[in-house]
Structures are given as C-alpha cells and as structure tokens.
Design a protein around this ligand. Structure first.
Ligand code: WT7
Length: 661
C-alpha cells in the first residue's frame, strides 16, 4: 500500500538516467522495428498478430465482440487447444528439442524433450479421463515445482478441463477454500518435495483440506520419487498417479477443440474484500497474449534456454514458464528449491549448467542476491542477454546491481508490470526499442492503453508529475473473463469505480488496476504499489482482510488490523495490531497463536513481521478502521490526518505502546 503523498513520491522519483540496449541485443531481437507500435495502434486488429502465433482448429469470425462490456469476447468463433499448441505442434520440427530442464533441490536432474512431454501429457490426460475428468470440470492442482505440475496442467488443457493451481506454499485451509469455491471434484497432489534439504510431507495438506472441504473431491497423488517417500503415509483413498500412468502408458488422447472463449484456467488471488477470487482466463485470448508477449517482451526464441525462477503456482509461472514459452517451443528451466540451498550460488550454478540466455526473477530476489553479495556470483560462467523483473517496483539501486552483477552490463533489463487479472504484461518496454530507465516499467505494451486518473476520475496531467490511479481504458486479449461464478464481484472489483456501469459503450468502461502510478515527462510509467487493502509481500499478493480474519479466529483476540510495513528485502511485510479481549493478558503464547493462525489459514509465506498488542485501533466516527494511520506507525512516518477519528489520540497511544514493546 504505497503512500501517495508528495514527499514519498519525490524521494522515489529522482529522475534516472537511461541505459541503451546493447547493439548485439538489438541485432538479434524478435522485434526491432518500431512499426510494431503503429500496427498495434490499429485497435483491436493489431492483436491478430499474437493470435497468428498459434495454431487454430477453426479461425475466428470476429476479433473482438465488445457489445456487452465488461464481458468482452476475443477471437469469437475460433477454436483451439492449448496443450496442442504447447506440445504437439512442435513435434514436427523439434521433437528432440528440450522442453523442460528440471533441477531438483537434491541435485536430481530431468530433461524432457518435446516428444517426452507429449508422451507424458497424453498419459496423464488418459489417467485423468479414466478417473472421470471431463471437458469443463475444474481440476485443483496443488503441486510444487516438479515436472508433474506442468504435465498435469497441460493434460487438463488437453481435455478442456480448466485447472485451478493452488501455490504449494498455501495451507490446507486455503486449499480447501479454493476447492470449494471452484466446486472442484478433483485434487492433484504429491507425497512431498524438497525444501532447504528437508522432505516436506506435502500430502498432509491435502489430507487436512479434505477434512475441511465441504465437497468430497477425488485425490490423485504423484510421488516425488518412484516410490512414495518412507516418511509419508499416502491415504488408501487416494489414487496413485504412477499406477494410472502405467496403465495408460503409450495412449494418445486427442486434444479437445475448445472455443476461444472457453475457460483455460482459474487462478485465485487476493482482493480488497472477502475471500480470494477466482480469476477466470479464456483459452484463445489468454494463450495468444501469453505467447505474443513472451516473444516480443521476453524475446524468447525456440533455440533459447529460458529460466523464470517464479513458482508456477502464481500467474507469472502460468504465463511465463508454462504457456508462453512452451507455445513458442523453447527450452524452459524449472528449479524445485530455494536459491540458498545448499549454498548461495545455487542460481548461478544452474544458469551456468544450462547456459541460460533469458533469466526472469523478482525484485525481492534481486535484493536478496544483493544482500548476500556479488562474491556469490564470482567464478560462474553464465551469460544472459535478457533479464526480466516482475511482481513489485524495483528500486533503482537494485536495478543497477542486477544490471552490473547479473547482466555484466551487456544484457537488457525489462521491468514488466502486470497482474494475475491481466494474463500478461501490460506496461513494459520492448527491449530492443526503448531505452531502459531504472525503476520505471516503461511504456505501455503494444495495443495497451493505460491512463492515470485522480480520485474523481479525471486524467492526471503527465507533465504534473503527480501520482494517481492506474487504469486501462481498452480491453486486451489476456484480460480475465470474470471472477469465477461471480460476475457482480468482477464488476465491483475492477470496473465500478471509474466506469459508467449503465452504459453499453465500451468507451465508458475503465479497468481499475488498484495500483498507484506516476508518469515521467518521457511517458514512462512508474508503478508505485497498491492503493487498496492489498499488500505485496516478496511479490506475493495478500489481502489485509484475509490476514485479519485469520487473526480474529484466535480466541483471545477482540479486534485486529493489519498494516504493511516497508521492508528492504521483501518489499512489504504485514504487521498485526491486536486488541485483546477484556481479561486476557498479552503473552508470548497469544502471540504465537496469532502467527500460527495466519500460517494455518493462509500459509507460512504470509507470516507477520510483528504482532503488536494495543489498547484500541484508530477508527473513524462510523467505526471504520484507518489502516493508513497504522501504516504510518509501522513505517515510522509522520501521522496522516487524524481529525476524522473518533478518538484522535489513539494513534499516538499506539505509537507509544509499540515503541515500548
Ligand atoms: C500486483 C499484481 C504480475 C505477476 C506477479 C504479480 C504489483 C507487479 C510490478 C512491477 C511495480 C508491480 C502491482 C500489481 N506489480 N509487477 N513491474 N512494478 N509493481 O501478480 O500477484 O497479481 O500482483 O503486483 O501492485 O497490482 P499479482
């Protein structure tokens, strides 16, 4: 939750100098002709260029149907299969090319050629069909970074069964909630996986989720090794994927022709209110947009080795490990574990081993590498031509470090702004065309029309240097279709604020991103962060509401509020402010209960930085908690306006209590 007051913005906005893309990069880039921007200025016709990267079973009749905004339809009448596009179609000229190079944390390595991937995806599709999965059924996938994950996703896509991948770090409760919310009758999991040298008994989360879920899904269990790990008990109720695969080895499953508008997957993400919402992505528009931006922005070529260190359990991994790169037929690296296991050079060792050309990571990771020190990169022979960041704003200092130490000053750095909802990059430079500016995401991607509006919905003058609400004024093929099962929430969360919701003129519909942004005099966008009650912890999106409701489940808690504290490594971390029930003493054990509640409801990655016991929370006269004031306290900032508070002395009291903590 970025603060938009002028002093903060100025501090972040000192104009940066430009860096030119190296000539040797420009010479080989997929896009080096600025005419691309003119082609995409033809709206919506420009986007045809992305759809033409795919193989269609039936060509579309209409590029965009915008007669019922915001329910836009893309490539209407077109038919295609995503699994066919990511696998089968590469067999003719590249069946022996490597699709996935997987590295286990324990050092195990697996290379899957496109032919291997084809075989495995077909067998898994046959297995899923065998247990009853049909076109249109939602399959929940709770898998870590092992080949089983993309194989299962592509097998679902082959059958036309939308997948809903739940990040492996999410807890059993979070899994149960997503299974129920999507009415999913199938859960795919694994016995366990490696994390910092330990074998995590991942399957226990499915065991517990099944006890909690209202539904009674069938569970399919992969195993990390050939046999289930000794330390883990796999329930007799589960179907072992290995048995099914044996049974169906060698089988071929015809890819189901899907309507361009049929959903390809759901991806749950945090919002400002209520429970996480299932962003529903369509098959045609999404795949076209993921493939197009992978080619134009990430500059991926079939002969490249590409490595995105994100987790496939988030949208970045969906678009830019699985669907985009595989649609282009490239070699994608996947790593199971953490960057510091067994040593802090692990990433560079992998980059050297596979000779990675294009590397994609998060600002959080860059800050961590920077903190560990450049000496951990020394002696490793890697040579990147293209480096990407995504997920949060990157500070110029971290950008420069990435440029110098990872890029050797001769790679391009591409800062890509987008969201789970947008399917692919929306604001980013095209690396051969636009000069780089540390800390700025840069220009709108081809065909994308963002704007910055003030709170009244009036455009902010780009010359003014003032920040405002980042919005997108025209639809694009990668955009979410709706919130699964809840069209109203879709409108409320993304459109209502700046649109005329009574109008059926698409010009009256404006997509609200929820981010604050400012435009430089050169037109480059700098995204400052969330303006709503959503925070960004190490590039992971968390709703304050979800955290607060987890905390409120602890008996001792009367009331709780969560605020984002700025953190030099993770970007933001949650601080929890708690008022205890009368008669309850503050204690280490209550504090632990609160931390545990968050870990159990959401996951360990959401652990709060601090739990502060306070006498009262800052509230308006109508009883609304003013989280912004708590943020000021967490960040040692000057307190914002307290005049609307019922008791204006509360923030100072809290500050004293916290200070004395
Ligand atoms: C939020 C979306 C998109 C994949 C990963 C996160 C923030 C994302 C940037 C960037 C500044 C960024 C925004 C956005 N964000 N990329 N390059 N610069 N902020 O997806 O979990 O849906 O989160 O991440 O706040 O709204 P997500």
């Amino acid at each position: 939750m970025a603060s938009n007051d002028e002093s903060t913005i100025e501090a972040r906005l000192a104009e940066q100098e430009y860096f030119r893309p190296p000539t040797k990069f420009v010479g080989q880039a997929n896009v080096s002709d600025p005419a691309v921007y003119d082609r995409f200025a033809e709206f919506p016709a420009g986007f045809e260029e992305y759809a033409d990267l795919l193989d269609w079973d039936a060509h579309w009749d209409e590029l965009l149907d915008d007669s019922n905004p915001p329910f836009y339809e893309w490539f209407v009448g077109g038919e295609l299969n995503a699994s066919y596009n990511c696998v089968d179609r590469h067999l003719d000229d590249g069946k022996n090319r490597t699709a996935l190079r997987w590295e286990g944390e324990d050092g195990e390595q697996r290379n899957l050629s496109y032919q291997d991937l084809y075989r495995e995806v077909n067998a898994m599709a046959a297995a899923l069909r065998d247990v009853g999965v049909d076109e249109g059924d939602v399959v929940t996938i709770h898998l870590p970074m092992v080949p089983a994950l993309p194989i299962t996703m592509l097998a679902c896509a082959r059958l036309g069964a939308p997948h809903s991948v739940v990040f492996a770090g999410f807890s059993a409760n979070a899994l149960a909630e997503r299974v129920d919310s999507a009415d999913s009758e199938y859960v795919v999991t694994i016995d366990g996986y490696y994390r910092r040298g330990d074998f995590l008994p991942h399957i226990e989360k499915a065991d517990e989720a099944l006890r909690e879920a209202a539904g009674d899904p069938q569970v399919l269990a992969w195993t990390r090794h050939e046999e289930p790990h000794d330390s883990v008990a796999v329930s007799d109720d589960y179907t072992m994927v290995a048995d099914l695969l044996d049974e169906h080895a060698g089988e071929r499953v015809a890819p189901v022709s899907r309507d361009a508008e049929d959903p390809l997957f759901l991806m749950y993400t945090s919002g400002t209110t209520g429970q996480p919402k299932g962003c529903q992505h369509r098959t045609g528009g999404y795949l076209a947009y993921a493939a197009g931006t992978s080619k134009y922005v990430l500059d991926i070529k079939p002969e490249d080795t590409y490595w995105c260190s994100a987790d496939i359990g988030w949208i970045t991994g969906h678009s830019y490990i699985v669907y985009g790169p595989l649609a282009l037929g490239t070699t994608s690296v996947m790593y199971e574990g953490t960057p510091d296991h067994p040593h802090r050079s692990r990433m560079w060792e992998i980059a050297e081993r596979y000779d990675v050309d294009v590397f994609h990571t998060s600002p959080t990771a860059v800050r961590m590498f920077m903190k560990w020190g450049a000496e951990h990169l020394e002696g490793y022979d890697f040579d990147f031509r293209h480096l990407t960041t995504v997920g949060e704003p990157i500070q110029p200092e971290a950008w420069l470090w990435y440029y110098e130490h990872v890029g050797g000053e001769d790679a391009v750095i591409v800062d890509t702004w987008w969201q789970t909802e947008t399917g692919g990059h929306l604001i980013t430079n095209l690396p051969a065309l636009d000069d780089m500016k540390p800390g700025s995401a840069g220009r709108p991607a081809p065909g994308i029309e963002p704007a910055i509006l003030d709170d009244e919905g009036e455009p902010v003058d780009p010359e003014s240097g003032e920040a405002g609400n980042l919005v997108i004024t025209r639809p694009w093929p990668g955009m979410l279709q709706t919130v699964y099962g809840d069209d109203e929430r879709f409108i409320e969360e993304y459109w209502e604020r700046f649109s005329d919701t009574d109008s059926d003129d698409p010009d009256d519909w404006i997509y609200e991103a929820g981010d604050g942004a400012v435009q430089g005099p050169d037109g480059y966008y700098r995204v400052l962060g969330r303006l709503d009650d959503v925070m960004n912890v190490a590039g992971h999106r968390l709703g304050t509401m979800e955290l607060e409701s987890a905390v409120s489940e602890v008996e001792a808690v009367a009331e709780a509020a969560v605020a984002a504290r700025e953190d030099s490594e993770k970007g933001e971390v949650p601080d929890v402010y708690v008022v205890l029930r009368t008669g309850v003493e503050e204690s280490e054990s209550v504090r632990e209960d609160i931390v545990t509640a968050i870990e159990e409801e959401i996951g360990k990655f959401a652990r709060p930085n601090e739990v502060a016991f306070v006498g009262d929370l800052p509230k308006t006269r109508s009883g609304k908690i003013m989280r912004r004031l708590l943020e000021d306290i967490s960040n040692d900032a000057e307190l914002g306006d307290t005049t609307t508070l019922r008791d204006p002395s509360v923030p100072e009291q809290i500050r004293e209590q916290v200070g004395a903590d």
